[in-house]
Design a protein around this ligand. Sequence first.
Ligand code: HEC
Length: 97
Amino acid sequence: MPYLIPIALLGLLFASSLQAKPEAGRTLHEQNCVACHAQGFGADGSGIYTRADRRVNSLAALETQVTFCQNNLGLAWFDEEVGSVVKYLNQQYYRFE
Ligand code: HEC
């Protein structure tokens, strides 16, 4: 059944495209989010994520906040793009389990 091989390959491709990629998240975040945060928090704006009274206190809250921000900006990100930015911000700053 040789036709099964391309189908399996397509499946693999599809599965990997749905995975959150922190590197893609870093780029998306730099292009769309940093400038504004830096206006309020100086330097690279990352102080917004590391300040003592930060608002996001769980992975679920982080996902909600990223979804909310990109909606507000009219970016219309796909779920996987939101996922990539969440993964990047969590690895880089929040470090929720
Ligand atoms: C127009 C300005 C602006 C842009 C653009 C912006 N943000 Fe924000 N963001 C803010 C401000 C201001 C706050 C702080 C809100 C507060 O303290 O209540 C914030 C807070 C946040 C927080 C919560 C930080 C905490 O306290 O833990 C996250 C996460 C966040 N933004 C993600 C993003 C992402 C992702 C993008 C890009 C899609 C983005 N923001 C784009 C202004 C912006």
